[in-house]
Design a protein around this ligand. Structure first.
Ligand SMILES: NC(=O)c1ccc[n+]([C@@H]2O[C@H](COP(=O)([O-])OP(=O)(O)OC[C@H]3O[C@@H](n4cnc5c(N)ncnc54)[C@H](O)[C@@H]3O)[C@@H](O)[C@H]2O)c1
Ligand SMILES: OCCc1c[nH]c2ccccc12
Length: 298
């Protein structure tokens, strides 16, 4: 059972899993994007700041795919202080395409305190037809509320960090987005494997992987799918990409999702404590140093 497209609030349908080109070096980018297309990815996720749009465009051209058969998301990242319109025109040219499926504000800080004004520029881009859908990334609930207070077009998605170690703090945002029909796109979902191995999430993920006879990364992506998120992931390895696409067939039970959420919340609590301890330790060290300096001067 392949992934089912997800319906957006503007009536368009987005493929439920995308291949991201962040950090892919220029010299191997066209090859890796081409490989992703060959294994069956029909959704590419890039950004102005990834600086590999020409190579993504080259892979697209070499794939021979018809434009309508591939979904392209790119983002306004405020590079060189260029505005969304100029950046969008440059992205279209670099990617070698006539329109962008989904254009995102990469981060609220790029709006420099004027979320409403920046969103108006995004709305203009949608009206121009060069961009079919518009959305945001890394927006908090408060950022979205500010945007929605004057928007005439709603963002279709908010692309956010989504992994078990942030699920507790992110759930209120997900609930708010759901109430506003803004679809979550989750990135860095594999963080428990890539940068936090050995944490509390490993155990439930491994147990579920064993039961379902799948890989741990597939369990994590299936968890993201269970949160009704569009998955944004990547790999240079063909077998991993094939495994990602097979996640369309993996359905976690409510208990599976809860076990992963609970373990993630434990890790989040521990991270929070560690950070507070580190800040506390810094203060103690600074106070000690100050005391020592005062003592030696007296
Ligand atoms: N909007 C944003 O601010 C933002 C931020 C980060 C990423 N993104 C998008 O999301 C995409 C994916 O981001 P990501 O790379 O953080 O995602 P990810 O968490 O999906 O990690 C992908 C990496 O995990 C590795 N991996 C897979 N299985 C593994 C395993 N079992 N053990 C160890 N490593 C394993 C892959 O080889 C790959 O390098 C990016 O390319 C970009 O398009 C957007
Ligand atoms: O999207 C990947 C993370 C990232 C890299 N550069 C950025 C600039 C603005 C917002 C996010 C990013």
């Amino acid at each position: 059972m392949p992934f089912k497209d997800i319906l957006l609030n503007d009536g368009r349908k987005i493929p439920a899993i995308g291949f991201g080109s962040w950090k892919i070096p220029k010299d191997v980018c066209a090859g890796q994007v081409g490989q992703a297309i060959d294994v069956g990815f029909d959704h590419l996720d890039t950004a102005q700041v990834y600086r590999n749009d020409e190579e993504v465009g080259q892979a697209l051209k070499e794939s021979g795919l018809s434009r309508k058969d591939i979904w392209i998301t790119t983002k306004w990242s405020g590079v060189d202080d260029k505005d969304p319109k100029t950046s969008c025109e440059e992205s279209l040219k670099k990617l070698g395409i006539e329109y962008i499926d989904l254009y995102l504000i990469h981060h609220p800080r790029l709006c420099k305190g004027d979320i409403e004004g920046t969103w108006k520029k995004m709305e203009e881009l949608k009206k121009s037809g060069f961009v079919k859908s518009i959305g945001v990334s890394n927006f908090t609930k408060e950022d979205l509320q500010e945007l929605l207070s004057s928007a005439s077009i709603k963002p279709v998605v908010n692309q956010i960090l989504l992994h078990p170690y942030v699920i507790k703090s992110t759930t209120p945002l997900l609930q708010y987005m759901s109430s506003q029909h803004i679809v979550p796109e989750g990135y860095s979902t594999l963080i428990p494997l890539t940068s936090k191995p050995g944490g509390p999430v490993d155990k439930p993920v491994e147990k579920i992987a064993k039961r379902l006879n799948v890989k741990p990364e597939q369990v994590l992506l299936a968890w993201s799918k269970a949160k009704d998120a569009v998955i944004v992931t990547t790999s240079s390895r063909k077998e991993r990409l094939e495994g990602y696409l097979d996640v369309g067939d993996i359905v976690l039970t409510k208990d599976d999702v809860k076990a992963i959420d609970d373990a993630g919340a434990k890790g989040e609590l521990w991270e929070g404590r560690k950070q507070r301890l580190a800040v506390g330790a810094k203060y103690v060290a600074a106070a000690g140093l100050l005391g020592y300096l005062l003592y030696t001067r007296l």
